[in-house]
Design a protein around this ligand. Structure first.
Ligand SMILES: [Zn+2]
Length: 283
């Protein structure tokens, strides 16, 4: 079942055990737009089945928030124009050239290009993959793009992000709703989870310039204004404390700077920022 945020905005919840992210739907008077295409054709079909239960205009645009497989592998199922930023387009071209038979998938996993969960999901959800080809993008934008669905504007922007360098967000001014994809998360490099510290404040600046009552995150559905403000506050405090690769030093700094122990989230963030020091010194 789709969750309803407003009269024109819905989302399908994430499903963590199958690595399925949140999928969004925005409806105007003439057309609809989806945010992310699902992690497999099966996921996309289930989303389309839910959309068909609503009396809404046809899906004309499919925005892919970034080039991580779980957000785009279902894109062929939509009879819609795929909308991406130039950087995402560049990354997707590699996936368009791939073959999806079992031995090819295994090769990509062995080389580290594809993660094992991606192979597992594709093998489970797509029994016939031998001739599968991912379709190309249709609308490619550099920095920002406004799409009018008929009395309903969607603002797309490629923002600075702690997750990837190709993160697109979608803001719907009428409803004060923002879809963040995975932009606000950290990332994993060489099996180490880290949050790109130099990008934290620029990212928050890019996101907070939109007046959002509701924020939809890629893998945990929806947050209200207060929850997002708390999330940013905890991240900023953790980042200010994490001055080096040492988690212990980060914890100590936190106590001095805030006159209290870090909570569970803050401790998790301090570790992720300390890991970022490790990663940056490797480069
Ligand atoms: Zn991602």
């Amino acid at each position: 079942m789709l969750n309803k945020i407003s009269d024109s905005i819905y989302y399908l919840s994430n499903q963590d055990d199958r690595e399925r992210p949140v999928l969004g739907l925005v409806c105007g008077e003439e057309a609809s737009l989806i945010i992310d295409c699902g992690n497999s054709p099966q996921h996309a079909k289930e989303f389309l089945a839910e959309i068909s239960k609503l009396d809404v205009p046809p899906v004309k645009y499919a925005v892919i928030t970034h080039a991580h497989w779980d957000h785009f592998m279902g894109m062929n199922e939509f009879d819609a124009m795929a909308v991406v930023n130039t950087e995402t387009d560049g990354l997707l071209q590699k996936w368009q050239s791939l073959s999806y038979g079992d031995s090819s998938l295994q090769t990509y996993v062995n080389s580290g290009f594809m993660n094992a969960k991606c192979m597992e999901v594709l093998q489970e959800d797509m029994p016939n993959r031998e001739t599968f080809k991912l379709k190309p993008s249709d609308i490619i934008f550099e920095k920002t793009l406004v799409i009018d669905l008929g009395n309903k504007k969607c603002v797309l922007e490629k923002i600075r992000s702690t997750h990837t360098d190709d993160s697109t967000i979608v803001y719907i001014p009428d409803d004060k709703v923002i879809f963040l994809g995975d932009a606000a998360y950290g990332t994993t490099t060489n099996t180490l989870f880290h949050i790109k510290q130099p990008l934290l404040l620029p990212m928050i600046q890019d996101i907070q310039k939109y007046d959002a009552e509701w924020s939809v995150l890629g893998h945990e559905s929806i947050c209200d204004r207060e929850e997002m403000e708390l999330y940013w506050k905890e991240l900023i405090a953790a980042s200010a404390a994490a001055e080096s690769a040492s988690v212990e030093a980060g914890e100590e700094n936190f106590k001095v700077q805030n006159n209290r122990e870090p909570n569970g989230n803050e401790l998790f963030f301090i570790k992720a920022f300390a890991n970022d020091h490790v990663i940056r010194h490797q480069q």
